[in-house]
Unconditional design. Structure first.
Length: 491
RNA sequence: GCCCCCAUCGUCUAGGGGACUAGGACGUAGGCCUUUCAAGCCUAAGACCGGAGUUCGAAUCUCCGUGGGGGCACCA
């Protein structure tokens, strides 16, 4: 591998499911790698055994793939940097922790939790208590099996400067840093060590991650410098803020403002709610990045050509689900009938509607402009697949109309349709328009009760076409049922 | 409390000292179209957080406020 080759990684921890914050970070990594013919690695950071969530890695991989985000190396595909799960890489962390120990850049710490809690309330971080323990004494205590951690020896004075690609120079007074833990009592590394070791070993050239890491960036730089490694290019993406309230989106809090029947911050939920991955990608890409002031519609394949980290915006973005709807609607309208059929069918089946494929294909052009999510199709055309339409007779009667007039309309419509020899929407339209004229009422007035009778709904796809698709028998039956209901209304 | 980051319409953003009466998109309002609902098309309202500088000239550069966000673990 050429050393100049761009190599990035997405390194989630298996503590929950993929949401738009993580997905967007994965997306930017992916796009950057693709744009520069680099490679992307998926690495699982599972060094916290307490927060481990059983199926989250599989779900995460599934969600990423569903979005269209792929990687060159990772747990299920393998690669030359195996393994890709941190709990299987313990030897490396141990090795470099020892290295730091030997070079006097780290030390053993024997402080227990109680002391630490006490120190924290008095100090700003760890007080360096074990820093002065004689090296051989400390070594012997470790040999005797005493519980210990390994801490990094942070500089006490001076300033640490780090450069971030989208935030420029960041500096911190070293006195703000404490001697943080590298290796925990259980022998597992802490993120700061593990991530830096892996990034180095895996030749990561650009670390693209969330802003929540910005405050620990100096620690990371210090570790890398202590080990005398090359520093990657840092790129900290701003956080995504909740749509309604305050603060960043989070796996823990849901319901409230960021969840609704239609939306969710979780990729898996969005899938179940009937969104298309391309719509989600387009939406996420624009939360913090833009090409210019003219282009907003991007397919994943197009983003791969035009993405640039230099155009990533450092300020936090608020999640706006209405814009997701916009991209989704736009995407739907660009889809072919057969493609839409594939996406809609599972939702119809799940809703319990028998799916007649050829009929569905006829129906799709009628709803393409009306649905946003694929799941919306259930509400729009579910009635077509029902055996019986439940209606309240009162709903059949328009505001300004009467029971008598409605019955007259329905009877006439039924008769007209029965007499039709060619049952196509043009003939249906012509005959019903003529009927309205004959009855001296507006077309809308005529169609309202018919719409309810046929669909059971106040809104429906265009009626003439719907009547044609459902067929004469079904239509006549439904109108008859409505007439019966109206007649029995007063009894 | 301490540290760090950020700051243009309600939201996402364009903007790199003069091309800014600040552009686009979503949303909102009105209109056209119309069998309902959409879609589509047209129109409108809507922002440079505040104050000092620097400069002939600041949305753009600097500083100070203010506001928002993130982080201060043997979590990532």
């Amino acid at each position: 591998m050429s050393p100049n080759k761009i190599q990035v990684r997405f390194a989630p921890s298996p503590t929950g499911y993929l949401h738009i914050g993580g997905a967007r970070t994965a997306l930017y990594n992916y796009l950057y790698a693709r744009k520069h013919n680099g490679k992307m690695i998926l690495r699982i950071e599972d060094t916290d055994r307490n927060r481990f969530v059983e199926d989250s890695t599989e779900k995460l991989i599934h969600d990423l793939k569903w979005l269209g985000i792929t990687w060159d190396e990772g747990p299920e595909v393998g690669g030359k940097n195996e393994p890709y799960v941190q709990s299987e890489r313990l030897q490396y962390y141990q090795k470099y922790a020892t290295n730091l120990l030997n070079n006097d850049k780290a030390y053993y710490c024997f402080c227990n939790k109680e002391r630490l809690d006490k120190v924290r309330s008095e100090h700003n971080g760890y007080d360096g208590h074990c820093r002065t323990i004689d090296k051989t004494v400390a070594y012997n205590r470790v040999q005797n099996g005493e519980k210990h951690t390994i801490r990094f020896k942070s500089p006490r004075t001076g300033i640490t400067n780090v450069t971030d690609l989208i935030r420029h120079e960041i500096s911190i007074q070293n006195e703000q840093l404490d001697d943080f833990i590298l290796i925990k009592t259980d022998g597992f590394p802490v993120y700061h060590l593990a991530a830096m070791v892996d990034d180095h070993l895996m030749n990561i050239t650009h670390v693209i991650r969330g802003e929540e890491w910005l405050s620990s960036l100096p620690k990371h730089a210090l570790i890398i410098r202590a080990l005398e490694w090359n520093e990657p290019t840092w790129c900290h993406l701003s956080v995504l803020k909740q749509s309604g309230g305050k603060g960043k989106i989070s796996k823990r809090q849901n319901s409230k403002t960021q969840e609704s029947d239609k939306h969710s911050i979780f990729i898996g939920d969005l899938r179940k709610k009937g969104f298309h991955p391309e719509a989600i990608i387009n939406w996420m890409a624009l939360m913090g990045w833009s090409l210019d002031d003219k282009h907003e519609d991007f397919k994943l394949s197009e983003l791969e050509q035009v993405f640039s980290l230099k155009r990533v915006n450092p300020s936090p973005a608020t999640v706006n689900f209405e814009k997701l709807d916009h991209f989704q609607g736009k995407y739907v309208r660009s889809m072919s009938i057969s493609d839409l059929n594939c996406h809609i069918t599972p939702f119809l089946i799940k809703a319990g509607y028998h799916d007649d494929d050829s009929q569905l294909n006829q129906l799709i052009p009628l709803i393409r402009d009306r649905i946003t999510t694929f799941k919306d199709s259930v509400e729009w055309i579910g009635f077509c697949f029902k055996n019986k339409i439940e209606i309240q007779p009162i709903d059949l009667i328009s505001k300004k109309s009467t029971q008598k007039e409605t019955l007259l309309i329905l009877n006439n419509v039924q008769q007209t349709l029965t007499n039709l020899t060619t049952f196509d929407h043009i003939s249906i339209e012509n005959s019903l328009r003529l009927l309205a004229k004959t009855l001296d009422i507006k077309v809308g007035q005529l169609l309202n009760p018919v719409r309810i009778a046929i669909s059971g709904q106040k809104v429906s796809p265009p009626l003439f076409e719907t009547i044609e698709i459902l067929g004469k028998n079904k239509i006549i039956d439904r109108i008859q049922y409505a007439i019966d209901r109206l007649n029995n209304m007063n009894r």
